[in-house]
Design a binder for this molecule. Structure first.
Ligand SMILES: NC(=O)c1ccc[n+]([C@@H]2O[C@H](COP(=O)([O-])OP(=O)(O)OC[C@H]3O[C@@H](n4cnc5c(N)ncnc54)[C@H](O)[C@@H]3O)[C@@H](O)[C@H]2O)c1
Length: 408
């Protein structure tokens, strides 16, 4: 019952995720009706695509068709969906008959575009390469009916560029899930300048139907959550590059209350993906997002993590530490946290000034629902205001009237 800082942030986070998000901020007005969805297409049957097919089929209970380039990839995707459904049924959350119906009748696989002709939306989740994605959208334009939406799950590519060769680019919208899809409730909806209101409204309605929390994001490099995570990582790498010990940094940062330590997260995401997003951001803002030499070495050596298991527990991989250029500055734990939070505050300021999202509340909804950042920090902007970090770094609070002020 003590009205502590953490309590205030908790109330703020609860309101964001339980009330505000349900009003779908960013959706066009309700007069704009979304399209009806009776059949769904998924391009790819890999890690993300199979999780999506499963979710769509469970929530919409309509046919979902998955396409890949080889039968064995399609079979693997289908097997994943059926396994998950069987597990859900075993837990008693779904009847065995429904699990069989969803897994064997609703979700199907294909190698051709033929079954896509009557889809109401198609989402692509193939390799992260612009050329492949553009080609797929081109093929879909021929295969699908004119009102079918084209969604992309890209983590870092320009969504407008992806649709630029289409006769009707207004049907393209980004729909960025976070892995694992069953755990992380966020979907970033990426609107391009061409995306039509009906397409945008439909994208929001899809997010609602599948019980995800959508945040409207501008088509900007790395969108919202990955950009913040990479700024956070940049602050971390700055400390290491200047001389702080790897484990000291990892421990100092996780102590703030994050769900996992920075290097654990980097291992989960995979250093290759982390590097790819870093390079995308570096192309846009070379000063703020230097490509880390240490991370590059890590990927070149085929390592999956900065950390390794030793007799004494987890430690930095000695080969990685040896190939990581470091200065000799010493840091205290507080200085590490200050450096990282300052870097994040600076990036959020740019994000808001560029209009990547409309409000600091969207930033917090994003990091809470997409990265599991703590409720008791109010995501991040509430904490930055509370601790005076925003004022110090960007010269103002992110929430002009206090983060607990009621939004009209
Ligand atoms: N992995 C993640 O954590 C994550 C998170 C969010 C978004 N994403 C994005 O999702 C997309 C897919 O990532 P993933 O991790 O699922 O990749 P993945 O490698 O697991 O799956 C990609 C699949 O696409 C198939 N494919 C390639 N070209 C194809 C084509 N022309 N037609 C049909 N299928 C084709 C591949 O055979 C493969 O099965 C990428 O754009 C990625 O950036 C990934």
């Amino acid at each position: 019952m003590i009205i502590s800082d953490q309590f205030k942030c908790g109330v703020y986070s609860f309101d964001l995720t339980q009330r505000r998000a349900k009003k779908l901020p960013g959706r066009p007005p309700k007069e704009v009706k979304g399209n009806k969805i009776a059949k769904i297409g998924v391009i790819g049957a890999g890690l993300m695509a199979s999780q999506m097919a499963l979710l769509f089929a469970q929530r919409y209970q309509c046919p979902v068709v998955m396409k890949d380039i080889k039968q064995e990839f399609v079979d693997k995707g289908l097997a994943y969906c059926r396994e998950q459904l069987a597990k859900t049924a075993k837990k008693g959350k779904l009847s065995a008959a429904d699990a069989k119906w969803i897994g064997e009748e609703l979700i199907t696989g294909t190698l051709t575009y033929e079954p896509f002709k009557d889809c109401d939306f198609v989402i692509e989740a193939v390799f992260e390469e612009m050329g492949i994605k553009q080609k797929i959208f081109g093929d879909l334009e021929t295969a699908c009916k004119p009102e079918c939406l084209f969604l992309t799950n890209t983590s870092s590519l320009d969504v407008a560029e992806m649709g630029k060769n289409l006769k009707d680019p207004s049907r393209v919208v980004g729909f960025h899930f976070f892995n694992p899809i069953a755990v992380l409730p966020l979907v970033e909806i990426i609107k391009t300048e061409k995306t039509s209101d009906v397409v945008l409204a439909t994208a929001f309605d899809i997010a609602k139907k599948i019980k995800k929390t959508p945040v409207l994001v501008k088509n900007a490099p790395a969108f919202l959550v990955n950009r913040i995570l990479l700024a956070w990582m940049d602050g971390i790498f700055q400390c290491i590059d200047e001389g702080a010990a790897f484990m000291q940094v990892d421990n100092a940062v996780v102590e703030l209350g994050y769900p996992m330590s920075p290097f654990t997260l980097a291992a989960l995401v995979g250093p290759a993906i982390a590097l790819h997003v870093q390079e995308t951001l570096n192309k846009a803002w070379p000063d703020r997002f230097p490509v880390s030499t240490g991370l590059k070495n890590l990927v070149a050596k085929g390592k999956k993590s900065i950390l390794t298991f030793t007799d004494k527990g987890i430690d930095v991989d000695p080969e990685i530490a040896a190939g990581w250029p470091q200065g000799n500055k010493k840091f205290t734990d507080d200085e590490i946290r200050e450096r990282v939070l300052n870097r994040v505050a600076k990036e959020i300021d740019f994000i808001l000034k560029e209009g990547v999202v409309a409000s600091p509340k969207d930033v917090d909804t994003g990091v809470i629902m997409g990265a599991g950042w703590p409720f008791f920090m109010g995501g991040i902007t509430a904490y930055l205001d509370q601790k005076g970090i925003s004022k110090k770094v960007v010269g103002r609070d992110f929430h002009q009237n206090g983060f607990l002020a009621i939004e009209k």
